[in-house]
Design a protein around this ligand. Sequence first.
Ligand code: NDP
Length: 251
Amino acid sequence: MTEQHTGGPRTALVSGGSRGIGRAIAVRLAQDGFDIAFCYRGDHEAAARTAALVEEQGRKAVHRAVDVADPDAVREFTALAQDWLGPVHAAVSCAGIHRDRAAALMSDEDWSDVVRTNLDGAFHLSRSVLMGMFRRRAGSLVLISSVAGIGGTAGQANYAASKAGLHGLCGSLAKEAGRYGVRANVVAPGYIESDMVADLPPRVRKQAADAVALGGFGLPEQVADSVSFLVSDRASYITGTVLRVDGGLTV
Ligand code: NDP
């Protein structure tokens, strides 16, 4: 049985919480009653804005610039978050980058930067909280992937491979953690309005939007709603799943 929440503040960790989807997740989980510790790469101004939005919900916010590709930095961030806010109940790996190029032309650096951030980063964050969750026999992980990780995308071999890797990681985590009452799930968004898609040329954007069954791009808040559900007791029998939040892009 997973622990049923009986009130009082809980703590959620969010990587990539300064902007876009990660910010929306931080705010949504704050609305759900979580105190929030989030990390980001370097946009301090955006991070301060997220922290203010969390605090507007009446919850605490702790934030640090941490490169999720650095395992020691992630360990330190988690330890700091626990010192300030208490044990972690939910961890959301949302930090992500893309460096798009045809595979035949892709540099080693573009490959490894993306895999180290998107895949290694999710592993580092998950590992940093698992033992604590096991000891308390409660907790939930959500890894933010992408529909690119399901079918692949031309020009995004590094990104698609890193996101597909999250699906394998999540399945293994779910199988290892289930006996401790700890759950792990993936949310795979389609096109979501954020800085990541802001520079799409209008023609490409229109083509992309036309391919979505519900029409148009989604909002970060719509992804955050699915994370809110997955970390809640309403999802207490859901683990190891990949939830597509893509407006029907991949149906
Ligand atoms: P944004 O580019 O808006 O935000 C990216 C976030 O990740 C920022 O908070 C950034 O910090 C942080 N970040 C980047 N690299 C690192 C790093 N090495 N260590 C720590 N934090 C880092 O992206 P989105 O909000 O659009 O995307 C969030 C997630 O959702 C990503 O994993 C992305 O792959 C995924 N996704 C997005 C889709 C979309 O259409 N937008 C579609 C499918 C999946 P800082 O602000 O300091 O740079």
